[in-house]
Design a protein around this ligand. Sequence first.
Ligand code: NAD
Length: 280
Amino acid sequence: MDQQRLKHLLEGALCNDGHITVLTGAGISAESGIPTFRGPEGYWTVGSRVYQPQEMATFRMFQQNPRAVWQWYLYRLGVCRQADPNPGHHALVKMERHFPGRFTLVTQNVDNLHRRCGQSNDNTYEIHGNIQWVRCAKRCLNDLRLLPAEVSVKAKDEPISEAEWQALHCRSCGHLLRPHVLWFDESYDESYYRYESTLKAGRKTDLLFVVGTSGATNLPNQLVAEVYRRGSAIIDINIEENPFGQLADRYEQGMAIRGPSGAALPFIVEEMTTLRTPSS
Ligand code: NAD
């Protein structure tokens, strides 16, 4: 890591009490043992067919085979519940606390690890939802609910019992419940997924960290484009090359750090908290 360049970017962005936004993707939770969508563990077998996450995580699949989709989510929920936040998550909590009123976290992750780690509700935008919540698939009410207590998380290939299936129906209208996640064939909105709030954060951002994302989804691309248009600093942290890293590499106000976020973020936050800025 080019530490001189990092320091230069941080100082420039933070000198006038600038706003910090962090965009995270599945990569930040990889070190907690939650697989990203890119490895072999993303695939799921239903009957004799193997599906990719981009096929499973769709409203279309939910309509065709809701039980298979629910089984997949109950398996993923079990993986998320077993995982613990890693040093990358902890570093972001420290960042938020050190820069009160100047911090927004935009996460694509549905694993709930940022919140479990202590990130505030107000400054955390879960733009793809959160797997711990469910809601009525027919939207009879728009509220989010916890998974009914009668329903357990599943091991791979463990079926959902009849009693559990009944409990996965809305108590108000009797329609099926669904996980509170944005599926690949659905659109962002403000009320569930903080669409406008995310773009608004982008428009005031002076320093953006992009952490562990491959850049395959729409709103993250819009957010990065907004910050780039504004001419603000962009620091990408990823173990691999990716479109955001390439942009940061060729941009005067950018930098790509190739390495795991669990090591890079604690180092960066340490640097940020020891910087001498007008408000420190
Ligand atoms: P992705 O799977 O497409 O890409 C993950 C990125 O993380 C890759 O670029 C990879 O190189 C990088 N990475 C892996 N380990 C890393 C580490 N230790 N440090 C830094 N970078 C690392 O993930 P995405 O871009 O977030 O998009 C996938 C979609 O799937 C999102 O919509 C997300 O909601 C969903 N998803 C969420 C989770 C989760 O909640 N933890 C897990 C899998 C997928």
